[in-house]
Design a protein around this ligand. Structure first.
Ligand code: C5P
Length: 398
């Protein structure tokens, strides 16, 4: 996700400095090349060796280190950065940046960078609410500095209130957002995800193996790229993606209702849900008893939501999914045509390493104009990015 991204991580002196270690781990795991700058006070809490070992890069502490000045220097550090993160950021560093003071390695490098700067403050609640601090933060926000707000809780100093460093995962998400091109700003995207449940009686239902991971990955990626995202989700165990409006449904009929009432506000509809094709003709109001040796259940076809969208005269850009176990290309092409889609993402779900219920996927993308693109095994997050790249390219063509 962050492959080839160069990130400078500034660490200030605060008890939350240990959480910067976890943040560094998340960043490097996502492929980022992280260069750490520690203030003098930060070194009272942790040693440079910890960050050096985990980043595999030398840690910068001293503005006037002759070797570093010759080989890297604060200007080349500032220039190479795709993103600058300061976590934890003290009231002191924020005050200095706001006042234009550059008197150590960290403040000098921040001053010299043209990269986006993401600041994650951590301090005592009274320092945080102090109007001087608040004015400094507002000034930096007006200038385009990004902030990951501290959270409320019991603070190391004994006080209760806002001032705790945001969770490393939240700062990590902020970093991804800061590095993501906002090429879906102004667009509304509706995404369906997960399985549907077709009830048989109060305790039983028909469903399938869909985990919802692909649809949720798409929702998260679309939000990061600036879209307004409506996620219509069947039952899943997944957490709500940040900034996404989630509408929970159970059956195909409920999903149909939610999609159809919202479709006119959408520029794009991506149907990643595994909608049950059939439902029981009748849902029993009481539990079916196991008295008989065999039972027969009559099923009726569910509406094909995607095919119905394809029939609309004024319709959004339509992306369908096809999970196939055989004759992938042939079946996928038929679906693209029959459902009148702009794009189809076809997966071969007969292979255990991709598709249903796992984190990876391999797909064939087919387009209305006859072109296609093959995506080898990759994470669902990466595939979501590739699918949205294609959507953006085609929306821009008009
Ligand atoms: O025809 P098939 O069910 O394989 O097509 C899959 C695509 O159609 C998926 O995008 C799925 O979300 C959508 N679909 C639908 N309504 C149905 C069945 C499938 O929207 N009842």
């Amino acid at each position: 996700m962050l492959e080839n991204k160069k990130i400078i991580l500034g660490v200030c002196g605060g008890i939350a400095a240990y959480k910067a270690v976890e943040l560094l781990r998340l960043l490097t795991k996502a492929g980022a090349d992280v260069h750490v700058i520690m203030t003098r006070a930060a070194q009272e809490f942790l040693t440079p060796l910890t960050f050096q070992t985990l980043s595999s890069n030398p840690v910068h502490t001293d503005l006037f280190n002759l070797i570093a000045e010759r080989e890297i220097g604060h200007i080349s550090l500032a220039d190479m950065a795709d993103l600058f993160i300061i976590a934890p950021a003290t009231a002191n560093i924020i005050g200095k940046i706001a006042a234009g003071i550059a008197d150590d390695m960290l403040t000098t490098t921040v001053m010299a960078t043209k990269a986006p700067v993401l600041i994650a403050p951590a301090m005592n609640v009274n320092m945080f609410t102090n109007p001087i601090y608040q004015e400094n933060e507002s000034k930096l926000q007006r200038m385009g500095y990004l902030f990951e707000a501290p959270v409320s809780g019991s603070l190391a100093c004994g006080w209760e209130g806002q001032g705790k460093l945001a969770a490393p995962e939240a700062i990590f998400e902020g970093a991804i957002a800061a590095l993501t091109k906002k090429d879906l700003t102004g667009r509304t995207i509706l995404i369906t995800a997960g399985p549907t449940r077709e009830e048989i009686d109060p305790v039983r239902f028909i469903s399938n193996h869909s985990s919802g991971k692909m649809g949720y990955a798409l929702a998260r990626a679309a939000h990061l790229r600036g879209a307004r995202v409506l996620l219509i989700s069947g039952p899943t165990a997944l957490a709500k993606p940040d900034g996404v409006r989630v509408i929970k449904v159970a059956s195909a009929l409920e999903m149909q209702h939610e999609v159809m009432t919202r479709v006119t506000e959408c520029d794009v509809v991506i149907k990643a849900a595994a909608v049950a094709d059939y439902r029981p003709v009748e849902r029993k109001n009481t539990k079916i008893k196991k008295n008989d040796e065999s039972v027969t259940m009559e099923l009726v076809k569910n509406p094909d939501i995607l095919a119905d969208l394809g029939k609309m005269i004024q319709r959004p850009f339509l992306v369908g999914f096809a999970a196939e176990t055989d004759a992938l290309l042939e079946n996928a092409l038929k679906k693209l045509d029959a459902k009148n889609l702009d794009m189809l993402v076809a997966n071969d779900v007969s292979q255990a390493d991709a598709g249903f219920n796992v984190d990876n996927n391999r797909a064939l993308l087919l387009f209305r104009d006859g072109s296609s693109c093959e995506c080898d095994l990759m994470s669902k997050d990466q595939l979501a990015g590739t699918i949205l790249d294609q959507v953006v390219a085609r929306l821009e063509q008009g």
